[in-house]
Design a protein around this ligand. Sequence first.
Ligand code: DLZ
Length: 201
Amino acid sequence: MSTIKGISQPETKHDGSSLRIAIVHARWNKVVIDALLAGAIAKLKESGVKESNIVVESVPGSFELPLACSRVIAGSHIQVASNQTDLLGGLNFSGSMSPMRSGTPAPPPPVNQPFDAVIAIGVLIKGSTMHFEYICDAVSHSLMKIQVDTGVPVIFGVLTALTEDQALERAGIGREKKGHNHGEDWGLAAVEMGSHCKRWA
Ligand code: DLZ
């Protein structure tokens, strides 16, 4: 049976070529995070966002996402332990507030340039305690508050999965059923909301 659920395409395709987008991701449940991150970046680039205007930061877990997003929006620097080499598609993710790089050394990062949108990516998988409920609740409310308070769109890229299989399917890497990569939707949502907010300024 077909389903009525899901997002519909916008009437116009949004052009991301003038946008600067930050992605802040947690490192818990890394296999799923990596797939979501790759999906989000692919759609940002497909929408015209320049590689040099995509900044990727990581934090330990989803609970850390709100503070990190808040600081990234404020233009503060977050120290990342070491440079991360991304294994997906040969992309290199750099450390503190640097644009994404692909192979060649990037020029010094632009400092304090505003972001048009931030994508917060985390994967919460329910365990046997109440941890999941507390973190889901705190993170979702805090991310909403940050976007409303700052006026900068914060895309809710946090999976709140009851099982590992649910998380894998929502990253398009399911075991039985491949599923759909929600990271792609978050990339498109960031471009759409970034464009809208420029118009609504
Ligand atoms: C502690 C914890 C647990 C149990 N589960 C997850 C999870 O499924 N996904 C996630 O992103 N983070 C988890 N964490 C870590 C917390 O988010 C946080 O990093 C720590 O409690 C330290 O503040």
